[in-house]
Write a protein of this length. Sequence first.
Length: 341
Amino acid sequence: MSKLESSARTTIETKSNAQKLLQVKNLTKVFTKGQGLVRSTILAVNDVSFSLELDRPEIFTVAGESGSGKSTVAKLILGFEVPTSGIIQYKGEELSTLRGKKEFMKDVQPVFQNPFETFNPLKKVESYFHETQKNFGMSKKNGDVAERCLELVGLSFREISGKYPNEMSGGQLQRASIARALITNPSLLIVDEPVSMIDASLRMSVINLFKKFKEEQGVSIIYITHDLATAYYVSDRISIMLRGQIVEIGSVKKVLDQPLHPYTQLLKSSVPLPDPANRWTKEIALSDMEAKEYGQKGCKFSGRCPHVMEICRVREPDYFEVDERYVKCYLYESGSGQSAV
């Protein structure tokens, strides 16, 4: 790690003296496939750092295209995967000492992408609410907790009672999944593409729930998504990931109103416009692109960047502080806050 990069990360991590709800430092995850001569490795998460403050609830978005590593970051924080290196601290304690403990599982709850995979098709939906209360030692006298949580998402126990997952709509089931996560009164929700499987007409109602939880319940939320429109609407801060790395991080207004990194600019320009006459006709072999970019030296975006320089192909850029954000790009090496193009 270069001195400049180290300095930038230190600034990111120590700029606020507030106690941290979550601290992620230099998080790295390497996956290995195959054996012997056909063995290969992929650096799925590469030196990722960010933090959430304890007494300032926020919605922090991790955004990027498929294969960027954002869902792997979520799994590492939840303890579903073990980091290859780096540190995750929750309320000042190392995740390695908290993994599997009920106190942590109660305080940090997930909401997954597909509600029909979250719920067993052979179990009634209401059973998950009873089991959650039982597993976390909540008294049966608090049975109305489930009802209150369902009311928060616009449902009632009557609407789910006696029903199997296939007897509910996708929107109802996802809201039930969110309600179940709220039963334990968590401090942190990690929601991974929570509206991608829901009809467009219902997406904003679910997104508005997250804003409500932050503002009224004091819940912090890590929102994993590829959808910049909902990210812009709901987020306080956003980090843009590319092939395992954060390339730009800052307030959502700064990052998406005036994106600095060429990859962030590409993502924003790729948001489709409702124009049937202007259809996308190019074919992209995403799997081939992923393999190439994960393995290349220097900047992972150098093969697609319109402003690529020779140094970009051979040496990974540092983080540079520009206009109240951090950008991993040589265009801002001067520190002037002005693009070199």
